[in-house]
Design a protein around this ligand. Structure first.
Ligand code: COA
Length: 148
């Protein structure tokens, strides 16, 4: 059985560990700044092993940056911890934190893992945005309050 996952609000002392598990954060200052701001705003949630609360294995951000609706701009699970329900645990925590009746998120068309995850959690497609990444439209998804 995979180790149990707990999800808690990320603290400033988690930032280095979050960056360590996210290859893009390691490379890009903009991602690191985004993470630091999300943690400071209380919008970043960290997944940890149940037996070791300091061992971060993933994180997700919930804010209201999408037309003032609840929005998950980012969720990342450590490579070695994938496919054992960590993202599912993070998403369920974020769903419980929603204030409004609709929870939005988005992902590239090419991101099969995220699209499958969202389908499994009951998100439905809600349009697409061209011209963000070349040849890879951004798909918008929503989960409505009745299914939250
Ligand atoms: C997408 C991501 C967050 C999924 O994390 P995860 O912890 O592995 O996801 P879970 O274990 O909770 O998977 C739940 C379901 O999602 C789907 N899924 C997850 N990874 C998948 C993959 N590689 N291929 C196909 N489906 C996948 C499956 O339906 C899975 O259920 P199953 O394992 O019972 O078949 C992870 O792959 C990741 O961090 N990717 C890089 C960052 C990213 O693309 N984030 C999303 C955009 S912000």
């Amino acid at each position: 059985m995979p180790p149990q996952t707990n999800v808690r609000l990320a603290q400033s002392y988690d930032i280095d560990s979050i960056i360590e598990l996210d290859p893009i954060a390691k490379q890009e200052l903009a991602r690191r700044t985004f993470i630091a701001n999300a943690v400071a705003a209380g919008q970043c949630w960290a997944a940890v092993e149940a037996e070791c609360a300091s061992a971060l294995i993933g994180y997700g951000v919930l804010n209201r940056s999408f037309f003032e609706h609840d929005f998950i701009p980012l969720i990342v699970v450590k490579d070695s911890a994938r496919r054992r329900g960590v993202a599912t645990a993070i998403m369920r925590t974020l769903e419980l934190r929603c204030q409004g009746g609709k929870l939005f998120t988005s992902t590239n068309t090419s991101n099969i893992a995220m699209r499958h995850l969202l389908g499994q959690l009951g998100f439905i497609e809600s349009g697409q945005i061209e011209n963000l990444d070349d040849q890879d439209p951004e798909l918008v998804f929503v989960k409505l309050r009745t299914s939250l």
